[in-house]
Design a protein around this ligand. Structure first.
Ligand SMILES: Cc1cc2nc3c(=O)[nH]c(=O)nc-3n(C[C@H](O)[C@H](O)[C@H](O)COP(=O)(O)OP(=O)(O)OC[C@H]3O[C@@H](n4cnc5c(N)ncnc54)[C@H](O)[C@@H]3O)c2cc1C
Length: 451
């Protein structure tokens, strides 16, 4: 970095990762931030279910402190993730409570674990029962202080944009047509109107376009050999049965070639079928998805032109920080939407980066290796957790499930399964599993998928 008073940070992209990054880093007065995106290139537009870390993120960067902010993003509160039919074709269900409740953590003491004849975790816990199954929690501030949120991705990014701009972030709406890079150092971006944007530090939030990173010498670690889903089709539909559909939970329902997300928002239900393009094609996946929507909720005359198709690559850049380039969000990694981890992980990336830039922006690059190792550790541990949903499945009703459930567990996954079989719950809880999911979450996953 150049030794000037304020460091010039250039963020590329205008999706939720870019605006989260701009809003967060704008708290640091040693930085001058310019964000370049093109309104002609759409953001991914999905990613509407968050994890509790979002509350830490908002708090740390003083975002959404005012009342009723959730209404401006069409959001509701989320307490759990729920999984149906992952274990067997019909009828299996388990609940992953977000480890956000102090009371719940306290309830899960080893005393309870050893006295319960069977590990009936969520079912026995009245609080979760109450929150998940009996009533819908509305957006009061008390409720908002727990759990996580569902929101409209576009509106969330727009609100972050307002905050960032009010804090002095400069916004340029133009397509980037070329990049001046020498080895691993980016000097400037060239825009469609020939303007040149220079900077000290460049943050790539350009999603799957990966425009800064694609020409750098990086090692992309693909997850596709163990995680088969690589396509999705999303749609938003009006509620037809509010008590059944509008719940404080993200529901994942397994179908023959993947699974469907149900993310209830304030006025509309967001749905999407995540599937393996190696096991089915878009036409058959659409038929399967629409048949499910019709059968489960009675939706008729569904319009295929309303579907938003997304193709993704599952994996991560081994180094998300190279030279003066840092990739954040989809430009850096994507695992798959199960357990809704995309936003949480980019929030961790931003918090780690903000910490480094707060300490000493001029020498930030000294922390590059540490940053890369930390970020990669989080992402790989989430990957392990997500893989387990498939490994533990015993579905045999389609080639997709037969392939997915025969993946060989790695050493950690094997150890956890073994400890669980031996009912060594205390040992599981004592294991040090890094990442956003605690050993309690692993315990739920193992318990929820046991025969
Ligand atoms: C199917 C699917 C479902 C998901 N569900 C969830 C979920 O439930 N929960 C969750 O936490 N995460 C989820 N995610 C992840 C989530 O969508 C992303 O983490 C989040 O949207 C951030 O995306 P992004 O900002 O990195 O990229 P994008 O939203 O794609 O933004 C990229 C930006 O780069 C800009 N850009 C690109 N090229 C150029 C150029 N040449 N010039 C100028 N600008 C350019 C575009 O204009 C755009 O604004 C999901 C992802 C997928 C694929």
């Amino acid at each position: 970095m150049k030794e000037t008073a304020q460091k010039q940070v250039v963020i590329v992209g205008g999706g939720s990762a870019a605006w989260s990054c701009a809003a967060a880093l704008s708290c640091n007065k040693n930085l001058h931030i310019t964000l370049v995106d093109s309104s002609k290139i759409k953001s991914i537009g999905v990613g509407e279910s968050s994890l509790p870390i979002i509350r830490d993120f908002h708090k740390k960067f003083r975002l959404f402190e005012e009342q009723n902010w959730i209404e401006r993003v069409g959001g509701i509160i989320k307490y759990t993730l729920e999984f149906e039919d992952f274990m067997e074709e019909k009828g299996s269900r388990w609940v992953h409570p977000l480890s956000a409740y102090k009371e719940y953590e306290e309830f899960m003491t080893l005393k309870h674990l050893s006295t319960l004849p069977h590990l009936e975790l969520t079912e026995r816990f009245f609080y979760t029962q109450n929150l998940c199954n009996t009533k819908f929690s509305d957006n009061t501030n008390d409720n908002l202080a727990l759990g996580a949120y569902h929101f409209d991705a576009k509106r969330y990014a727009q609100e972050l944009q307002k905050i960032a701009l009010s804090r002095g972030v400069e916004h340029i709406d133009a397509k980037i047509v070329s990049i001046n890079q020498d080895e691993n150092i980016t000097q400037s971006l060239v825009l469609e109107d020939d303007r040149v944007v220079e900077g000290d530090l460049f943050i790539d939030c350009s999603g799957f376009q990966n425009i800064l990173f694609k020409n750098l010498k990086t090692n992309f670690l693909s997850f596709e050999e163990r995680l088969f889903c690589n396509k999705a089709m999303a749609i938003k539909l009006p509620y037809v049965d509010i008590p059944k559909q509008k719940r404080n939970a993200t529901l994942a329902k397994a179908l023959k070639n993947g699974w469907v997300w149900h993310t209830p928002l304030e006025d509309v239900l967001a749905l999407g079928y995540v599937y393996s393009g190696k096991h089915t094609n878009a036409q058959d996946a659409k038929d399967e998805f629409f048949a499910y929507l019709q059968k489960s909720f009675g939706y008729k005359d569904l319009d295929a032109t309303q579907l938003h198709h997304v193709e993704y690559r599952s994996g991560v850049h081994e180094h998300s920080w190279i030279g003066n380039n840092i990739a954040i969000g989809l430009a850096s990694f994507f695992i798959e939407p199960l357990e809704s981890t995309g936003i949480a992980l980019f929030e961790i990336q931003i918090m780690e980066l903000a910490k480094i830039l707060e300490t000493n922006p001029a020498f930030a690059h000294n922390y590059m290796h540490q940053y890369n190792a930390t970020v990669l550790g989080y992402i790989l541990s989430v990957k392990d957790f997500i893989e387990m949903h498939y490994i533990l499945s015993q579905r045999e009703d389609s080639p997709f499930w037969r392939d997915a459930s025969t993946i060989e567990p790695n050493a950690l996954q094997k150890k956890l399964v073994e400890l669980y079989r031996l009912e060594k719950f205390e040992e599981i809880l004592r294991l040090r599993v890094s990442g956003i999911f605690s050993t309690l979450s692993w315990l739920h996953l193992l318990h929820g998928n046991k025969k």
